[in-house]
Design a protein. Structure first.
Length: 263
């Protein structure tokens, strides 16, 4: 068995999410179809993060397992020739047969883009919020989320059945870039819809509808409020997956539009 580490980016707007599903178009399924045609056999492709429907990736990592050996350049070019334009393989490298994209990941970072201005071109990639937002209040809520907490109020219980809701967030920060407000969240793992519900609560605090004390109460006690304010998937990006030996500093996205999304 040969194994390859694949770095890719995608626009998740028209997909049901990363994970293969019956009667739905997924990122994983589309990749597996392309790889099957390239290698002439069924292949195993597993991702580091199971992004939800409509969520994008700037630096998703997957492993590809096959019985056929192939030069990495041929895999990169061959996959991109077979993939739709909204999925792009950035890098391919030979990996250890034991490498697992999800199990060996030590940190993941997500970006969320909020726009204070209506835009025709970026609508697929931002959440347009009409109301005035207090950035300093939002920053204080970001700081409250950092550290080790029980995020049961931010989990989707239908998807996270039996999973621990205790999560350590290494970093929650916010930056301003013209009309964009960009949040970055870094942690070892995330619960389903957790980041989008965090963003929704942060925005409500910025609107003046929630205080810092309210947010701390939501963290301390079970609450249905975060589900009510779940941010749309359009503004969420899996930014990067970190492995042993990787530097912790986030990588600046290459495409000019996304360069604006980096804090």
């Amino acid at each position: 068995m040969y194994k390859y580490k694949v770095l890719l980016e995608y626009d998740g707007t028209s997909y049901s999410g990363w994970q293969t599903q019956k009667n739905a178009k997924s990122i994983q399924g589309t990749l597996m179809d392309a790889a099957r045609r390239l290698f002439g056999e069924n292949v195993d492709i597993q991702g580091a993060g199971r992004t939800d429907a409509g969520v994008h990736a700037l630096g998703q990592v997957a492993h590809l397992g096959t019985t056929r050996k192939m030069p990495v350049r041929k895999i990169l070019e061959g996959m991109n020739d077979l993939l739709p334009s909204n999925i792009n393989v950035l890098e391919v490298e030979v990996a250890s047969p034991a490498f697992h994209a999800r199990h060996h990941a030590r940190l993941r970072s997500y970006l969320y883009a909020v726009s204070r201005k209506r835009t025709a071109f970026g609508k697929r990639y931002v959440w347009w919020v009409r109301d005035a937002l207090d950035i300093e209040k939002m920053r204080s809520v970001c700081r409250a989320f950092q550290g080790f907490h029980d995020f049961q109020s931010f989990a989707d219980r239908r998807m996270d059945k039996g999973a621990s809701t205790m999560v350590k967030l290494d970093l929650v920060e916010i930056g301003e870039h013209g009309d964009l407000i960009v949040l970055r969240v870094v942690g070892s793992h995330f619960l389903w819809k957790m980041v989008r519900r965090m963003v929704g609560i942060i925005v409500e605090a910025g609107r003046g509808n929630l205080t810092l004390r309210d947010v701390k109460d939501i963290l301390a006690h079970p609450s249905d409020l975060p589900s009510k304010y779940t941010a749309p998937p359009s503004g969420l990006f899996l930014e990067r997956v970190y492995y042993e030996g990787d530097a912790d500093k986030p990588v600046k996205p290459g495409w000019p539009f996304f360069a604006r999304l980096s804090c």
